[in-house]
Design a binder for this molecule. Structure first.
Ligand SMILES: Nc1ncnc2c1ncn2[C@@H]1O[C@H](COP(=O)(O)OP(=O)(O)OP(=O)(O)O)[C@@H](O)[C@H]1O
Ligand SMILES: O=C(O)c1ccc[n+]([C@@H]2O[C@H](COP(=O)([O-])O)[C@@H](O)[C@H]2O)c1
Length: 192
């Protein structure tokens, strides 16, 4: 089985994440997409993050009606901050028959050369890249790399930061979140 790994803080997961993951599952050769909830992204501060299990719960609620999309807590028990190379090694060991690929936006591909052992990641895994700016290809040093596949997914101009700020300012964010996630956020009074 071919699994695409979509890493993120998902603080919270939003419609942008879901549209991309669903597009990858439907329009590429990936059989499943796993949302890997990252406890601590090496490039981000941890202080504005909700608890790991609350972020996982939101991903669970967002994906429960999609057979090809799965939540993953695999990084919860790995050392922090979470370097993707370590997670990939752990997963490949645990699921020896699966083929793991990475899913990332063009913006992340631009800073991919700063990731720990990015060259080893590319030796062992394919990377599926989606556009972040409409009609505009972002040039990177990885253009034409044989392991990198550009998938023409829709461009979604949304971010978790925008949603957190909007909630704090008392705005209605309902259309930007999967319905079950909005209900949970509202019930739990998150980000207020
Ligand atoms: N609107 C979007 N469309 C496509 N990809 C996105 C979008 N928002 C985030 N991503 C990507 O999804 C992955 C996980 O995202 P992450 O949890 O960091 O969300 P975010 O919305 O960028 O969060 P924050 O605003 O808190 O930094 C990252 O690779 C990120 O680049
Ligand atoms: O392994 C690394 O060096 C590394 C550096 C930066 C980011 N990552 C992973 O990339 C994911 C998405 O990053 P971001 O900054 O778009 O949220 C994040 O959740 C991490 O798992 C990984």
């Amino acid at each position: 089985m071919k699994v695409g790994l979509y890493f993120g803080s998902f603080n919270p997961i939003h419609v942008g994440h879901l549209v991309i993951a669903n597009h990858m599952a439907e329009y590429s050769d990936l059989d499943q997409v796993w949302f890997v909830v990252t406890p601590h992204n090496p490039f981000k501060k941890k202080n504005s993050l909700l608890d790991d299990y609350q972020r996982l719960e939101m991903v669970y609620r967002a994906t429960k009606d999609y057979t090809k999309l799965k939540p993953s807590d695999i990084e919860f028990k790995l050392p922090q901050p979470n370097y993707t190379i370590n997670t990939l090694a752990y997963l490949q060991d645990k699921y020896a028959n699966f083929e793991f690929a990475l899913i990332m936006g063009e913006d992340n591909l631009k800073s991919f050369h700063k990731w720990k052992n990015y060259d080893v990641i590319l030796e062992n895994h394919h990377v599926y890249v989606y556009p972040r700016i409409s009609g505009n290809h972002i040039e990177t040093q990885f253009d034409n790399h044989t392991k990198i596949h550009h998938i023409d997914a829709p461009v979604m101009e949304l971010s978790s930061t925008f949603i957190r700020k909007a909630i704090k300012a008392g705005k209605n964010v309902k259309p930007m979140l999967p319905e079950f996630v909005w209900e949970y956020l509202d019930e739990m009074n998150f980000y207020k």
